[in-house]
Design a protein around this ligand. Structure first.
Ligand code: GLC
Length: 634
């Protein structure tokens, strides 16, 4: 239906139904404007007038935000507002989706609240906590002028060699499904009677559009490769990997991101059956499907020096059901898609209209047409006391006690020891504590400028008479007088890594030999608590395990390191349950319990240990390994 120029702008009327507004607006759009909406560009250097230039796009990925070092959120908001104002100056004034990877807080920006990564949150099994984390994250994003996050990742990670394990809540589908309550925090709760499976974001400027990712089977690839192949029959794919998307859709998730991986040899970004027939047909998903960054470009296997042929990629991806393309060359892609519709006719305009309807539906449902740019929380909400408390609670609840004493309980530690030793290269490093996707995708040297390390938290927690000595790798000199230390706390683990981390940077799930030696040399002389900072279970050599008095899995806790000291000094008890079975040796990976060589896990999925006693777990009797030992691993 084409709406004549001059007809009253029904789409601008917030009292009209979303579908009526969609139909009115799409009827006014040219094909160029429709295809423009299907592009989400990357972070761009502001042009002279700070606009996004003549380009008409549907959104932008803010990436690392403003082009200035350690930009405060006010600068993010300035950048976002300039982009938004440029879009509102276009002929139909369609606002942008302004997204970023806020996957454990507003983690690309400085001085924000960094929550534990998903692997730790999965250990909490706490749906209400997840909702509150979503609410806090949404407020810090809106204060930055953004209205969209590429989260949550609902991968069900099955191979612990995957360099994105920490983005998965658990190896168990049911646990991942419970954690999707973060979507209700991010987007808000729809009113009674709001249609299920239909996009929703609460009004008022405190909530954002969420994105369940990466559809589907990203955690089930052979060898744990990010762009690997998930090989299984459809019944197992639906049971293990599709199921969490039912939870997301029933929570009105607005967008779903396609996975780089393949299913039985067919790339997900070109998988019409799963993207269209299953997700949009069978599961009745009414929001938009967005590509991963360059996910469409990657459909074209480039030879040396070859340019991406967007004609081939656009044909495959758009016809398969991708609605919005996240990538670096919006102009090139738009030209290619225009010719595929107008000239070669390989992409029917009806497919373009379906994609654009979904994009407009999300934008109307999210209220970004109606919400004035300035309606958002004040920057004071960023890293505020309330958010820090939620993050500290999340850290506490994520900790899993793996060992407590050889003959008698070793924890809780005394706050009134005369002298204690703190060691390990993760004891005083916020970058390691926060993990990847913190400022940089690969985290690491994330100069946070806010947060509290394990060492700082320990100094705060102990009594005034207790002396805390820190030595990353205690020297033989220090150890020659080891009797002066009542106990030692050693924090070690993995350096941050992400899908972009070069493979030469070994990311095996284990501790380096020199670290193991250091732990053993200290533990031989001083009663030692080992705190593991890692994105997944890692190999714990038996000799080392036997020497230390206590072991705590702290995952990637984020800025609030005092959540750890709250528990190890006894102010709170342990509540965390293993979200992944803890393998005995990396040689066991990938795990296949049916295989002859398989040994039982060091610690089973669901393992829980508290100060009082072992608790049997509603997920099944932990003394017998819980549900996962009864589940095929494929
Ligand atoms: C990356 C990740 C995806 C992220 C996207 C946008 O490639 O795979 O999780 O949301 O790019 O930054």
């Amino acid at each position: 239906m084409v709406i004549m120029e001059g007809a009253p702008m029904l789409y601008r009327n917030p009292n009209e139904s979303i579908e009526a507004r969609v139909e009115d607006l799409i009827g006014r759009m040219t094909l160029e404007e429709k295809i423009g909406q299907m592009m989400m560009m990357g972070r761009v250097k502001p042009k002279e007038d700070d606009s996004i230039g003549p380009l008409i796009v549907g959104g932008a990925n803010a990436g690392r935000g403003p082009y200035e070092e350690a930009a405060p959120v006010e600068k993010w908001a300035e950048m976002a507002d300039k982009w938004q104002e440029a879009a509102l100056r276009s002929r139909l004034g369609i606002p942008l989706l302004l997204g970023v990877d806020a996957i454990h807080g507003h983690n690309r920006a400085y001085r924000t609240t960094i929550f534990p990564h998903n692997v730790g949150l999965g250990a909490t099994r706490d749906e209400d906590l997840m909702r509150r984390i979503g609410e806090a994250t949404a407020k810090e994003l809106r204060a930055s002028g953004l209205n969209y996050t590429f989260a949550p990742c609902v991968a069900v990670a099955k191979d612990l060699r995957w360099k994105r394990c920490y983005e998965s809540y658990s190896e168990e589908t049911e646990v991942v499904g419970k954690m999707t309550s973060i979507i209700t925090g991010l987007q808000g709760s729809p009113p009674e009677g709001y249609p299920k499976n239909y996009p929703f974001v609460a009004r008022g400027g405190n909530n954002v559009v969420a994105c369940a990712k990466h559809f589907v089977g990203d955690g089930g690839t052979e060898g744990g490769k990010t762009d690997g192949d998930t090989k299984m029959d459809e019944e197992m794919l639906e049971r293990d990997h599709v199921a969490p998307y039912l939870d997301c859709i029933s929570k009105n998730v607005c967008t779903i991101m396609a996975s780089f991986s393949s299913y039985n040899g067919e790339k997900m970004h070109a998988h019409k059956y799963l993207l269209t027939d299953v997700l949009k047909g069978k599961l009745k998903f009414k929001g938009l499907v967005i590509s991963d960054w360059r996910g469409v470009d990657k459909l074209h296997k480039l030879k040396e020096g070859e340019e991406v042929d967007y004609h081939a990629c656009a044909d495959l991806a758009i016809n398969a059901g991708i609605d919005m393309v996240l990538g670096p060359n919006p102009e090139k892609f738009q030209r290619a898609l225009l010719s595929l519709v107008n000239e070669t006719k390989v992409v029917p305009e009806s497919r373009i209209d379906d994609a654009v309807r979904r994009i407009l539906r999300v934008k109307f449902a999210a209220g970004i047409f109606d919400l004035p740019i300035s309606e958002r929380p004040s920057p004071d909400v960023v890293y505020c006391e309330l958010h820090r408390e939620i993050a500290r609670e999340a850290v506490r609840k994520s900790l899993v006690l793996l060992k407590n004493g050889k003959n008698k309980p070793f924890l809780p530690l005394s706050k009134d020891a005369e002298k204690i030793l703190v060691a390990g290269n993760h004891a005083n490093n916020l970058g390691y504590q926060c993990g990847a996707w913190t400022i940089f995708e690969t985290g690491d040297y994330a100069d946070r400028k806010n947060g509290i390390t394990i060492l700082e938290a320990t100094k705060e927690a102990v009594g005034p008479a207790t002396e805390v000595e820190f030595e990353m790798y205690p020297s033989s000199n220090t150890l020659s007088a080891a009797e002066k230390f009542k106990y030692a706390i050693i924090a070690v683990g993995e350096r941050p890594y992400a899908e972009y981390t070069p493979t030469y940077l070994k990311t095996e799930p284990l501790l380096q030999p020199n670290v193991v030696d250091m732990i053993c040399s200290v533990a031989d002389k001083v009663p030692t608590l080992l705190i593991l900072i890692s994105g997944r279970p890692i190999e714990l050599e038996k000799k080392m395990l036997d020497k230390v008095e206590g072991v705590v899995a702290a995952w990637l806790p984020g800025t609030e390191g005092n959540g750890i000291t709250d528990v190890i000094f006894g102010d709170h008890d342990f509540e965390g349950r293993l979200p992944f079975a803890w393998f005995e040796s990396v040689n066991q990976l990938p795990k296949d319990p049916e295989a002859k060589s398989y040994n039982p896990d060091r610690f089973p999925f669901g393992h829980i240990l508290t100060y009082n006693k072992k608790r049997t777990d509603p997920e099944g009797d932990m003394d017998n390994g819980g549900p996962s030992s009864k589940r095929p691993w494929k």
